[in-house]
Design a protein around this ligand. Structure first.
Ligand code: AMP
Ligand code: MG
Length: 410
C-alpha cells in the first residue's frame, strides 16, 4: 500500500487495474447516454438510393440545354411520384416525372428542377434555364457509404448518433452495462433531510450529492444509506455493497480521528488497499482499495473534499468501467480572475468558474474555499490546479485548470 501519492499516480494506479464492465444488447430507443461496446459499420448506403432533395421535376439535363426565358423548353409530365414510392416509368426524351423531396430519381433522369422554377399547365411543364447533369440529385451513399465505420467502440451515444444508427437499420445496439455503484455515508452526526435536526446533528449532504453525481454519469446506483462510526457496521455495509456493485463509494471516517474507522473496516474485510492519502487539498485522506476486481473508494466526509475527490478520482474510474476511452478531465490554461490570498504549501484545487471572454480563457473563484463549504461548488465548472509551494495568487496570473462541468450554460 502506498501513502500520500500524487493525484496522477492515484488515478493511474486504479485505472490500470480497472477494465470495462460486461456488455448487453439493448433497444436503440434506450441507448442514449450509454457507451457502445461494438463498432457501428454501415450495412447500407445512406441515402440508400439516388434521391431528390426537393419537390420538382426529374428530367434529362440534355433536353434543357437550349432553355431560356424567351424560349422555354416544353416537357411532357408523364408521372407523379410521392416520397416512399418509385416511378413506374422512365424519363425519356422531352419528358419529365414530378418528384417530391426524398423520391428516388426515376430511371433516365439526371437532373431535378425545383417546382417553383417551372410553369405547369395540364401535363405540360416549361423550363426556362438549362440544367447541369447531376444537378439537384443526392447520390446514394453521399451521407454514409456502405462499409463505413460511423461510431467506434467506447463512443457515448448521443441523440444524433441514435438517429444515424436508426437510419442504417439497427434496432438494437451492444453497449456496456451500467456501472453499479453503491454509495455509503458514515458518521454519527448525520441525519437524513426528511428527519428533524436534533442538537449536534447535521443533515447528510454527501450521500445525496454523490448519488446525484453518479446518476448524472449514467451509473446504476444503490444508496445504502448512512452508518454510524462503528467498525462492524461499516465493514458490514461495505461488504453488502461489494456483493452487488462494481464500485463502492464511502464518505467520512477516513482521516486520523478517533472515530475514523473506515481504514480499519477495510483491513477487517481483507481488501487490497491500493493507496492511502493523496497529496492534494482538499480531500487528502482518500483511500482506494480493490477486491475481486471491484473497487472501494473512500472519500473524506468534508462535503467539498468529498465532491472534488469524487470528481478527480472516482469519476475517471467510473468512466473507464463504463467503457469510455477518455476519462480524465480536460486541462486548459486560463487567466485568474481575482485574488487568492492564502499560500499553498500543498497542491491545492480551488473551485472556479471557467469562461471565455473576448477570446481569452478566464477562471474566477466561485467563493469561499474551505473543505466543508459546499456553496462554492454549485457554480463551479473547473478546478484551478495550484502547485505545492505557491504563494498568494493574483488577478491576471496564468493558471492551469481542470474542466469538470459545463463551460457553456449550467
Ligand atoms: P470526517 O471525514 O468523517 O472526519 O468528516 C469531516 C467533516 O465532514 C465533519 O465535519 C463531518 O460532520 C462532515 N461530514 C461527514 N460526512 C458528511 C456527510 N455525509 N454530509 C455532510 N457532512 C458530512
Ligand atoms: Mg466522521
Amino acid at each position: 500500500m502506498k501513502r500520500n501519492v500524487a493525484l496522477e499516480d492515484a488515478q493511474n494506479m486504479v485505472l490500470t487495474m480497472a477494465c470495462p464492465v460486461k456488455e448487453s444488447n439493448i433497444p436503440l430507443f434506450d441507448a442514449v447516454g450509454r457507451v457502445l461496446s461494438q463498432e457501428i459499420k454501415a450495412p447500407i448506403n445512406l441515402p440508400p438510393f439516388d434521391r431528390s432533395p426537393l419537390d420538382g421535376y426529374a428530367v434529362r439535363a440534355q433536353d434543357t440545354a437550349k432553355a431560356s426565358e424567351a424560349e422555354p423548353v416544353v416537357l411532357e409530365v408523364i408521372e407523379e411520384v410521392a416520397a416512399g414510392h418509385t416511378a413506374r416509368r422512365k424519363v425519356t426524351t422531352k419528358t419529365a416525372i414530378k418528384v417530391m423531396t426524398g423520391t428516388p430519381i426515376p430511371a433516365g433522369a439526371d437532373a431535378v428542377i425545383k417546382y417553383e422554377d417551372v410553369t405547369r399547365a395540364a401535363n405540360i411543364c416549361k423550363i426556362f434555364y438549362p440544367l447541369k447533369s447531376g444537378g439537384n440529385i443526392v447520390r446514394a451513399g453521399e451521407d454514409v457509404k456502405a462499409g463505413e465505420v460511423v461510431a467506434t467502440r467506447g463512443t457515448q451515444v448521443s441523440p444524433a448518433l441514435v438517429g444515424l444508427i436508426a437510419a442504417l437499420g439497427f434496432a438494437e445496439v451492444t453497449v456496456y452495462n451500467k456501472v453499479k455503484v453503491a454509495v455509503i455515508s458514515t458518521g454519527d452526526e448525520l441525519v437524513d433531510s426528511s428527519q428533524p435536526l436534533r442538537p449536534g446533528k447535521i443533515y447528510n449532504s454527501n450521500l445525496p450529492s454523490l448519488v446525484a453525481a453518479c446518476t448524472k454519469l449514467g451509473a446504476q446506483i444503490t444508496a445504502l444509506g448512512n452508518v454510524p462510526d462503528e467498525l462492524d457496521s461499516i465493514a458490514d455495509i461495505i461488504s453488502l455493497g461489494l456483493a452487488d456493485a462494481d464500485i463502492v463509494l464511502t464518505t467520512g471516517g477516513v482521516s486520523v480521528g478517533d472515530y475514523d474507522v473506515v481504514p480499519d473496516a477495510l483491513a477487517r474485510l481483507g481488501v487490497n488497499v491500493i493507496y492511502r492519502g493523496v497529496d492534494m487539498k482538499p480531500g487528502s485522506p482518500v483511500v482506494a482499495a480493490e477486491y475481486n476486481n471491484k473497487f472501494i473508494i473512500c472519500l473524506s466526509g468534508n462535503p467539498a473534499a468529498a465532491l472534488i475527490t469524487f470528481e478527480l478520482i472516482a469519476v475517471p474510474l467510473i468512466k473507464k468501467k463504463m467503457g469510455l476511452t477518455s476519462y480524465l478531465p480536460a486541462r486548459l490554461e486560463a487567466v485568474l480572475d481575482g485574488d487568492f490570498a492564502k499560500p499553498s504549501p500543498q497542491r491545492r484545487f480551488l473551485r472556479g468558474r471557467f469562461h471565455v471572454t473576448e477570446g481569452t480563457n478566464c477562471v474566477a473563484l466561485t467563493g469561499e474555499q474551505s473543505n466543508g463549504v459546499l456553496k462554492s461548488l454549485v457554480n463551479c465548472n473547473a478546478y484551478i490546479d495550484v502547485p505545492a509551494g505557491s504563494g498568494r495568487m493574483h488577478a491576471g496570473q496564468d493558471v492551469s485548470v481542470l474542466i469538470v462541468g459545463d463551460v457553456f450554460g449550467q
